[in-house]
Design a protein around this ligand. Structure first.
Ligand SMILES: Nc1ncnc2c1ncn2[C@@H]1O[C@H](COP(=O)(O)OP(=O)(O)O)[C@@H](O)[C@H]1O
Ligand SMILES: [Mg+2]
Length: 224
């Protein structure tokens, strides 16, 4: 078997609250293998978002190690982590977080431009992704001119435009109706099949959760 693509080793996260400490994650171990699809479940406040942020290096653990392909991410500078995220990790959240002053196409071009690629290259990659997500005909629309389902497809296009190895999604269908939710779910699994992307998804949707071969439940900061 190959090495894990992502590995958490005794990860703890706590927040200092003046005279008390809030322990959000408690010595969590987690191994995710390339191409796996893992769903993370748990009640509100269980620490799911915190865990996902730490997995994606958006946040650092208080204790423990985060390894990507066995490289310890704690030792990397913020600048290197930003480059790592740009290249290797796609994020999708419950709300689309598209930039309102940019068109759909421009939003999807941003990660490619951030990586230093030309405008033409960014345009080509972004168009390809918008096509794969079925929203190419909306490319010149601003986020406010898109439906909720379209906004989330554009956000997924932006997450995937750099062809990351890992897709981290935090309740990605939480804000969608059943039909749009199912379409987004379908797209996630299609991308996994087509490109071998590793999926780590937090969801409350039992239907979505049931499609994952591996489900993990977080309770009070550790695996249940
Ligand atoms: N920046 C922060 N400062 C203090 N407490 C936080 C912070 N972020 C999250 N928390 C707390 O950590 C706990 C877990 O939050 P979160 O990871 O968002 O849970 P979930 O996503 O499972 O609902 C909650 O009690 C929340 O209030
Ligand atoms: Mg959350």
């Amino acid at each position: 078997m190959s090495d894990p693509i992502l590995r958490l080793e005794k990860v703890s996260k706590s927040y200092d609250r003046g005279n008390s400490t809030l322990q959000v994650l408690k010595t969590v171990d987690f191994e995710v293998y390339p191409g796996e699809a893992v769903c993370i479940l748990g009640a509100s406040g269980a620490g799911k978002s915190t865990l996902l942020h730490i997995l994606g290096t958006l946040d650092r653990p208080t204790e423990g190690r985060v390894l990507f392909n066995e490289t310890d991410m704690a030792k990397e500078s913020d600048e290197r982590l930003a480059r790592f995220r740009n290249k290797e990790v796609g994020f999708v959240f419950q709300f689309h977080h598209l930039l309102s002053e940019f068109s759909a196409l421009e939003n999807v071009m941003l990660p490619v431009r951030f990586a230093g690629q030309s405008e033409a290259q960014a345009r080509e990659q972004a168009l390809e992704l918008l096509q794969l997500l079925g929203v190419a005909d909306r490319k010149d629309h601003f986020p406010s001119e898109l439906s909720g389902g379209e906004q989330q497809r554009v956000a997924v296009a932006r997450a995937l435009v750099q062809r990351p190895k890992i897709l981290l999604a935090d309740e990605p269908t939480g804000n969608l109706d059943t039909k749009n939710s199912e379409q987004i779910q379908e797209l996630f699994f299609q991308f996994r099949l087509k490109f071998g992307i590793t999926l780590i998804v937090v969801t409350h949707d039992v239907n979505f959760a049931s499609r994952f071969p591996r489900r993990m439940v977080l309770k009070d900061g550790h695996w249940n």
